[in-house]
Design a binder for this molecule. Sequence first.
Ligand code: NI
Length: 138
Amino acid sequence: MSHPLKVTLTRRYRFAASHRLHSRNFSDERNRELYGKCSNPHGHGHNYVVEVTVGGPVDPATGMVANLGELDPFVQREVIEAFDQRYLNEEVPEFREAVPTTENVCREIYRRLKSFPSARLERVRIEETSNNSFEYTS
Ligand code: NI
């Protein structure tokens, strides 16, 4: 067991947030065409499920690719505290410009987590509903 095979670890996290799909670059009519009921001015909510995948060699001393005792507080601090029970359009600064589609939420979560120190961030996958999931892979 000395070869440095890569192993990935995927951990699930959850947060609840509201958003409105609306771009200032388009007219109200165009926003309604593009985003339909998701552009309702008063927003709507989702229970998001986020899968975070990190990978790398298994540390021979610990037998682990990453320690959940490090990953959990990192994700909690960088993402969950910033997103949970928030109106994403106003309370997460990046979404004052970018439309908080789940595609963009994936990219933003990836950006916030890529500096995780003890393993390489490989993937962020978000389930927005039981029918829709989005994934950002490096
Ligand atoms: Ni939505």
